[in-house]
Design a binder for this molecule. Structure first.
Ligand SMILES: Cc1ncc(COP(=O)(O)O)c(C=O)c1O
Length: 383
C-alpha cells in the first residue's frame, strides 16, 4: 500500500471493540494480576506507566512502520529527539561531527552540554558528502545531519555520508523533520537514527510539542530505548494521541502546503527584489538534483534571499504582512514568516546568502491570498 493509505491504517486498534482510534490511555500504576506476576508481568503487559501504554504503542508502531525501522522512542520535544539520539550514540572521550546547518538548540547542546560529559563536537560543511571520511578520526562516534537544514535549506548527500560512516563504525543521526519521515526515508538510505519534531507536520496544528526517534535495527533500538528509559523520559498520552490524529491527515496537508509553496516560490522568483529561492524542490536551489534523487515530495518550508536587504528592511516587510504570522515554528495550518539572520550561528563554513534570508512556512490558506500579502510586504520594504 502507498503511504497515504498506510497513514489511515497504522496504529489503529483493529480489534473486537470496533473503535476506530486507540483510547487515550492514562496511567502510572499498573496492577499485577497475582503476586507471582508482580516481578514478571506477562508478555504484552506493561508493568509501569512511564514506559507508555496503548496510545504510546500505537504511535510508536505507526512511526516505526512508516519509516521501515526496528522501533521508535517518543520524546517530549523535537529538540529532545535530537539530544536523545546523540546520548544513545556517544560515550566519554568521543566526538560528534555535525552539519554546520543544524538547528540552533541542538548546536548549543553539542557545544555547551556534551563537553561536560567528555564528548566534543566538530562542525562540517553540509555539502561535503563522502569527503567527510577525512574528518572521521578514531574518536568520532556519531555524525549528525539535518537535511535540508531548516533555515538555510542545505541538503546533505545522505547515502554518501552513511556509506562512509558505516565503513568506519560511526552512528549516523538525521533530523528529518522537513520530510516528516514521509517524503524521505532516511533509514533506507543507511541512516541509523531518524529524529524528528512531531511538533511540526505530524501535529500540524501548532498546539503540540513532541518528538520521535526511529531506529534502523534492533541493536540500535535497544541502545536508544535503554537510554530513554534510564533517563526517565516520558510523554503524556494526550499529546501522543494528538500526534496520532495528526498523522491521519498529514500527507494531504503536506502536499497542499508543498504545492502552494512552489506556486509562491515561482511568484517570488519573478520579483526584482528576490535573489535565490532556497526551496529544495525548486530548480533555483543549488542542490535540486539531490532533492530529486532522494525525496518523493516536499513540504511548505523554504527560505528566500533578498539581496541588499538589512534587518530594518526585513522588519518592515514582516510587519506589513497580515495573513502570515511571525513565529519560530513551522508545519502548522497557518503560514509564518521570519527573518533568519539573527539566529544563524555557523562556525565551519561562511553563510553564503546575499542580503537577508527570510523563511516562509506555507500553511493551508489560498496561495492567492498569501501572494497578495507578500505584495504588501514588498511594497512596505521598498517604501
Ligand atoms: C529542524 C528542527 N528540529 C527540531 C526542532 C525542535 O522541535 P521542538 O520545538 O519540538 O523541540 C525544530 C523546531 O523549530 C526544528 O526546526
Amino acid at each position: 500500500m502507498r503511504d497515504d493509505t498506510r497513514l489511515t491504517r497504522l496504529g489503529r486498534p483493529h480489534d473486537e471493540r470496533g473503535q476506530v482510534n486507540p483510547s487515550v490511555a492514562r496511567g502510572s500504576t499498573m496492577l499485577a494480576a497475582s503476586a507471582d506476576t508482580l516481578y514478571n508481568f506477562p508478555e504484552g503487559r506493561t508493568h509501569y506507566g512511564r514506559v507508555g501504554l496503548e496510545t504510546h504503542n500505537a504511535l510508536r508502531g505507526a512511526l516505526t512502520e512508516l519509516q521501515g525501522g526496528a522501533g521508535t522512542s517518543l520524546t517530549s520535544s523535537g529538540l529532545m529527539a535530537n539530544t536523545l539520539s546523540i546520548l544513545a550514540s556517544v560515550e566519554a572521550g568521543g566526538r560528534v561531527l555535525a552539519a554546520d546547518c543544524i538547528y540552533g538548540p541542538v548546536r548549543s547542546f553539542l557545544t555547551n552540554v556534551l563537553p561536560r560529559y567528555g564528548v566534543t563536537a566538530e562542525f562540517f560543511a553540509p555539502d561535503m558528502g563522502a569527503q567527510i571520511a577525512d574528518l572521521i578520526t578514531d574518536d568520532v562516534q556519531a555524525i549528525l545531519l539535518e537535511s535540508p537544514g531548516s533555515l538555510t535549506m542545505e541538503l546533505q548527500d545522505i547515502p554518501a555520508v552513511t556509506k562512509v560512516a558505516r565503513e568506519k563504525g560511526v552512528i549516523t543521526i538525521i533530523d528529518d523533520t522537513w520530510s516528516a519521515g514521509l517524503t524521505l526515508k532516511p533509514l533506507q538510505l543507511g541512516v541509523d537514527y531518524a529524529a524528528q519534531a512531531l511538533t511540526k507536520y505530524v501535529g500540524g496544528h501548532s498546539d503540540l510539542l513532541l518528538g520521535a526517534v526511529v531506529a534502523r535495527d534492533e541493536a540500535l533500538f535497544n541502545r536508544l530505548q535503554s537510554t530513554e528509559r534510564s533517563f526517565g523520559f516520558h510523554t503524556g498520552p494526550d499529546d501522543v494521541y494528538l500526534a496520532l490524529r495528526g498523522l491521519r491527515s498529514m500527507a494531504v496537508r503536506m502536499e497542499r502546503s508543498f504545492q502552494s509553496s512552489l506556486t509562491i516560490a515561482d511568484w517570488l522568483k519573478s520579483r526584482p527584489e528576490v535573489g535565490h529561492i532556497l526551496h529544495p524542490a525548486h530548480e533555483d536551489h543549488p542542490q535540486n538534483a539531490l532533492f530529486k534523487r532522494d525525496f518523493s515530495g516536499g513540504c511548505g518550508l523554504f527560505s528566500v534571499e533578498f539581496p541588499g536587504w538589512d534587518i530594518p528592511r526585513s522588519e518592515r516587510f514582516l510587519d506589513a504582512l497580515e495573513v502570515f504570522g511571525m513565529g519560530f515554528s513551522w508545519g502548522g495550518y497557518e503560514s509564518l514568516a521570519i527573518h533568519c539572520d539573527p539566529q544563524l550561528k555557523r562556525t565551519k563554513t561562511a553563510q553564503k546568502h546575499d542580503g537577508a534570508l527570510i523563511r516562509f512556512s506555507i500553511g493551508m490558506e489560498a496561495p492567492e491570498d498569501l501572494i497578495a500579502d507578500l505584495e504588501k510586504g514588498l511594497a512596505a520594504a521598498s517604501a
